[in-house]
Design a protein around this ligand. Structure first.
Ligand code: FE
Ligand code: FE
Ligand code: MG
Length: 161
C-alpha cells in the first residue's frame, strides 16, 4: 500500500468533509447554470452590462466547481452524480427562472450568493487549522462569493435608483 500523506494530515473526519465538499460542488453547478441562464434571458435595465458580468460570474462558479472537484478526488471521494442530484445534494435552493425581469433575476442570484456565503463561512470554521489545503480553497471561494454578492447588490441599487 502506498503511503498517502495527503489524507494523513487531514485532522477531521474525511467522509464528512467529502460530503460537505460534494454539497458545495452540486451548489456550484446550479449557481453556474443560474447565472448562465440569467445572462441569456434577463430583460430590462442595463441588460448588456449586467449580462456580461453574469457571464463572468458563471465562469467563476465553474472554476469553484473545479477547485472542489480536484479536492474531492484528492480526498478519495467520487464526483459521479446526475444533474438531478444537484438539487438533492445541494444546500442552496435553486428556483427555475419564471420571471425574466432583471430585478427578479438579480434577486434570485442574490439569494444564491447569500446562501453560498453562509455555507462556506460555516465550512471554513469546520476546516480551519485542521485541513489547510481545503481551508485555502474555501477562503478563495468565499472571497469570490462576497465579490459576487456585492456586484449583485450594486446592480440592484443601480436599477432601483
Ligand atoms: Fe461559487
Ligand atoms: Fe457566486
Ligand atoms: Mg463580479
Amino acid at each position: 500500500m502506498i503511503k498517502n500523506k495527503t489524507l494523513e494530515i487531514v485532522d477531521i473526519d474525511v467522509k464528512l468533509l467529502i460530503d460537505k465538499l460534494t454539497t458545495a460542488f452540486a451548489d456550484e453547478w446550479m449557481a453556474a447554470y443560474q447565472y448562465w441562464l440569467g445572462a441569456k434571458l434577463a430583460r430590462g435595465p442595463l441588460r448588456s452590462e449586467i449580462a456580461a458580468e453574469l457571464m463572468v460570474h458563471y465562469e467563476e462558479e465553474i472554476s469553484h466547481a473545479t477547485l472542489l472537484a480536484d479536492r474531492i478526488l484528492q480526498l478519495g471521494g467520487d464526483l459521479r452524480m446526475f444533474p438531478h442530484d444537484w438539487k438533492r445534494f445541494g444546500s442552496c435552493d435553486y428556483d427555475a427562472i419564471t420571471n425574466v425581469q432583471m430585478l427578479s433575476v438579480l434577486q434570485e442570484n442574490l439569494k444564491g450568493e447569500q446562501c453560498a456565503i453562509a455555507f462556506y463561512n460555516d465550512l471554513l470554521k469546520m476546516v480551519q487549522g485542521k485541513d489547510f489545503a481545503t481551508q485555502a480553497i474555501i477562503m478563495k471561494i468565499l472571497s469570490d462569493e462576497i465579490e459576487h454578492e456585492q456586484d449583485i447588490i450594486q446592480f440592484l441599487e443601480d436599477i432601483s435608483a
